[in-house]
Design a protein around this ligand. Structure first.
Ligand code: ADP
Ligand code: ADP
Ligand code: MG
Length: 481
């Protein structure tokens, strides 16, 4: 297959900057596409060429398949990197590119389609022997049927939009009395967010952790995993902190989960980068949640501990090259990522839009900042208000946490409100240091996490005193690498 000459990045912000960096390294030309509010963005300046899509909101720009395909044809791009979100899991987009002979840097349309739907993907992977959460994914959407099935599953249950993503269209239902209202409200949200209101039911797993596996496949049928990521710190089912290796994670469990992840990917003949997400119960039972058929927001922690460039692997696989190795690479040390947002934690995490007058991060050899904005950039109401992803590496988990607390404290943002202090409190929590948090941790500790740091607390966190209690030495030795 001919090597790729010119990649159009069908995305914006930090992930567009990230993809451009690797393309440049590989000597491949890049095209940015942009909406009106993004005309002066960093990613537009970083690319070799830029093409205006017009439009302001996502629907009239980055989500408009016709416009993006036209941009490819006009600029002569021979490949498209979709990043995450937007058109990255859109089968119609991938198929249209295929028709025009433009390569889509991602899996084949049939794999995207099979994993794009929670009802379909549960049925599919279960057939290959991957454990799925006990639940109901039948055709009938009658309330009476949901009621019967919920009784069988046992309360509490989780009602989920089959087309869901980004934590939308999900409701916890505690009793039969709550069922009808819960389902109808999940349906309403699903219809407006995804244009599809089909719902499935799952047993609600209490105090779970979110553990996912990075998967890579090539066009020769090879599929391997590149270790796990623990993304248990979440707010409204959205990840806030991600790390690898997962803390307190016995190696036999890791072996079982990684095998299930590879099996799930094989069930759709997966090519390229993908992530198989699992929910892990308190007694070590684990179940498939979904497969994201794209590069994940949190991919840098995998890169920091393996030394690999996952975007380079994506591009090489897309060019028909075999995976450079058929064994899972060894992981070195520990990496942790936080998502820094322009938002006001004290106002329900409402996006805080406006100009960033000043933005600066510390520089360290163990620190990586992936960002799409600089001093002077504008955070608009049209897109996700992420400022940056901060990723740190340490020889061990506790070193990574200490470094993260320190780097967060040296980050300066003037202009919009941010979640910096919230993140700092979060990663300096004793429970987090002990590796004991579940997906409920943020909700359960909101008051404490939203209170202002006292000078004393800050000093303690920075000096690492929060992390030196006796319990901290033994359980971590269970970490696998
Ligand atoms: P991840 O596990 O990679 O965070 P999510 O499914 O939560 O995966 O979402 C991926 C990213 O896509 C999020 O960071 C979010 O900003 C973006 N995203 C989610 N929904 C949309 C959407 N409707 N339009 C554009 N971007 C979206
Ligand atoms: P999305 O497509 O929105 O990412 P997921 O199915 O991956 O949806 O779930 C997102 C998050 O919601 C999970 O990481 C977990 O925290 C929570 N969640 C999902 N399913 C369940 C469940 N059955 N029980 C408890 N929590 C769940
Ligand atoms: Mg998910």
């Amino acid at each position: 297959m001919k090597p790729i000459q010119k990649i159009l990045i069908a995305n914006r912000g930090e992930i567009a900057v990230r993809v451009i960096r690797t393309a440049k390294k590989m000597g491949i030309k890049t095209v940015a596409v942009f909406s009106d509010p993004d005309a002066h963005s960093l990613f537009v300046q970083s690319a070799d060429e830029a093409f205006s899509l017009g439009g302001t909101d996502a629907r009239s720009s980055y989500l408009d398949v016709e416009k993006v395909v036209k941009a490819c044809l006009t600029t002569g791009a021979d490949a498209v990197h979709p990043g995450y979100g937007f058109l990255s899991e859109n089968t119609d987009f991938a198929s249209q590119l295929e028709k025009h002979g433009i390569r889509f840097i991602g899996p084949k349309p049939h794999s995207i389609e099979a994993m794009g739907d929670k009802i379909g993907s549960r049925l599919l992977v279960a057939k290959s022997g991957v454990p799925v959460v006990p639940g109901y994914e039948g055709a009938s959407q009658e309330i009476s049927v949901f009621k019967k099935e919920a009784e069988k599953i046992g309360y509490p249950i989780m009602a989920k939009a089959s087309a869901g993503g980004g934590g939308k269209g999900m409701r916890r239902i505690n009793s039969p009395e709550e069922l009808e209202a819960g389902i109808l409200s999940a349906k309403r949200e699903a219809l407006s967010a995804f244009g599809d209101d089909r719902i499935l039911l799952e047993k609600y797993i209490t105090n779970p952790r979110h553990v996912e596996f990075q998967i890579f496949g090539d066009t020769k049928g090879n599929i391997i995993h590149l270790h796990e990521r623990d993304c248990s710190l979440q707010r409204r089912h959205q990840k806030v902190v991600e790390e690898t290796p997962a803390p307190r994670y016995p190696s036999d469990l890791k072996t079982k989960m990684s095998e299930a992840a590879v099996m799930a990917a094989k069930s759709v003949q997966y090519e390229g980068a993908g992530t198989v997400e699992f929910i892990l119960g308190e007694s070590g039972e684990f179940y498939f949640l979904e497969m994201n058929t794209r590069l994940q927001v949190e991919h840098p922690v995998t890169e920091m501990t393996t030394g690999l460039d996952l975007v380079e692997w994506q591009i090489r696989v897309c060019q028909g090259e075999a995976l450079p190795q058929l064994q899972t690479p060894t992981q070195k040390g520990h990496a942790m990522e936080v998502r820094i947002y322009a938002e006001d934690p004290k106002e329900g995490f409402l996006p805080s839009i406006g100009r960033i007058h000043h933005l600066s991060f510390p520089t360290r050899d163990y620190l990586r900042i992936d960002s799409g904005v600089v001093s002077g950039s504008e955070i608009t109401m049209f897109y996700d208000p992420m400022i940056a992803k901060m990723i740190v590496w340490g020889e061990d988990r506790i070193t990574a946490i200490r470094r993260l607390v320190e780097c967060l404290s040296e980050t300066i943002v003037f202009g919009p409100k941010t979640n910096l202090q919230f993140l700092q409190k979060l990663v300096s929590a004793k429970e987090f240091a002990e590796g004991k948090v579940s997906t409920h941790f943020i909700a359960d500790n909101e008051v404490e996490l939203l209170s202002d740091n006292t000078k004393e607390e800050l000093k303690l966190a920075l000096s690492g005193t929060f992390f030196t209690s006796k319990e901290l030495t033994s359980p971590w030795s269970k970490e696998t690498t």
